[in-house]
Design a binder for this molecule. Structure first.
Ligand code: 5AD
Ligand code: SF4
Ligand code: FES
Length: 351
């Protein structure tokens, strides 16, 4: 039995090096996942619809000050086309992600979400647009969005300040997450592993924060330097540490949906498979048009930027089967999610 009650227990697992002990941790995490989801791995179709961002996180290639990046925005029609293509490929969850791009006003997001909702009444619509007001989040929810991803990035105050400009705060970010949960979204938090200045104690705080928030989804991936950012010279997070954190997230939030991230597949050829074996149960292949993929340059050497949506689907499906998992294209809601009790309370147009 793996005990994670005391801080010292958790710190012990964050720092273990012994291969046998690590395997025990990963197997326990996989077994915990299996109790809720079997060997199913859920597929989400990711649409990166704008690479513009008004913020300046020092690790991210989309940061406003990065003049080296050619930016793009998809039109509403292009976004809907991606959804149609995704739906034809079997996806029942669309994840719409962008930098914090003021070009997409609330009205436009509401319009896009409403159009997707009308065209795909049964699909899950996940948004990942950054920090917004409660009113905005409510409007998107009323328009038909079901889930929202907003990584907290690090739950340690000082660490957060070192990675972000003074205009951003951990408190504001956490507040957004609690607000999203209150509104009725399935909420995803998460953090980077191995980001510069991270300590084992900061990772402990990440886990404690997740324990408090109990998000439905947890995005954990390695930090990877991006060559046009202030943190370009720092080393990437390691496979080992990322796998340990995936496993610990699984044990801290046993029924969470945890992706084996593209970043994990970027630092190691079988990173995603190893992530799944350590307790992850989601993959998020890209549905964005091939022509723009490279420009969504969060970090260097991102995989799958040269592949069509259909190729990624086929590739990942095969890879997962070879690794002994069962690809699943259903909506894949959180195991304890009750659709009825989370219908929108304020909206006249609930679906
Ligand atoms: N390495 C890894 N992940 C990154 N992200 C942004 N920049 C990097 C990077 N250099 C992640 C952040 C953000 C998500 C969209 O991408 O965690 O929340
Ligand atoms: Fe913008 Fe998000 Fe990148 Fe920060 S992490 S610069 S908010 S896209
Ligand atoms: Fe994209 Fe393999 S998952 S090509």
């Amino acid at each position: 039995m793996i005990r994670l009650r005391e801080d010292n227990d958790i710190l012990h697992f964050i720092q273990i090096e012994d291969a046998v002990e690590k395997d025990r941790l990963f197997q326990h995490a996989r077994e915990t996942c299996r109790q809720y989801y079997g060997d199913k791995i859920y597929f989400r179709g990711l649409i990166e619809f704008s690479s513009y961002c008004a913020r300046n996180c020092s690790y991210c290639g989309l940061r406003a000050s990065n003049r080296a990046l050619a930016r793009y925005r998809l039109t509403d029609e292009e976004i809907l086309d991606c959804c149609a293509q995704g739906s034809a490929l079997g996806y029942q969850t669309f994840v719409l992600q962008s930098g914090e791009d003021p070009h997409y006003t609330d009205e436009r997001i509401v319009s896009i979400v409403s159009r997707i909702r009308r065209a795909f009444p049964q699909h899950a619509i996940t948004l990942s647009l950054g920090e917004k007001s409660r009113e905005s989040y409510e409007a998107f929810f009323r328009a038909g969005a079901n889930r929202y991803l907003l990584r907290h990035e690090t739950a340690n105050e000082e660490h957060y300040r070192r990675l972000h400009p003074a205009s951003m705060s951990l408190a504001a970010r956490k507040q957004c997450l609690f607000t999203l949960k209150e509104i009725g979204y399935q909420v995803g938090a998460g953090f980077m592993v191995g980001s510069p200045f991270q300590t084992p104690e900061a990772l402990l705080e990440d886990l404690r924060f997740l324990q408090e928030l109990q998000p439905h989804m947890i995005g954990v991936g390695p930090f990877i330097p991006q060559s046009d950012t202030p943190l370009k010279a720092y080393p990437a997070g390691t496979l080992d540490m990322t796998l340990k954190m995936v496993a610990l997230c699984r044990l801290i939030a046993p029924a969470a949906l945890i992706p084996a991230t593209t970043a994990l597949g970027t630092i190691s050829p079988f990173g995603r498979e190893k992530g799944l074996a350590a307790g992850a149960n989601v993959v998020m292949p890209n549905l964005s048009p091939k022509g723009v993929r490279k420009q969504y340059a969060l970090y260097d050497n991102k995989i799958c930027t040269g592949d069509e949506a259909a190729e990624c689907r086929r590739c990942l499906e095969n890879r997962l089967r070879v690794a002994g998992f069962t690809p699943d294209f259903s909506r894949g809601d959180h195991a304890e999610w009750n659709q009825e009790s989370h219908s929108c309370k304020t909206a006249p147009i609930c679906l």
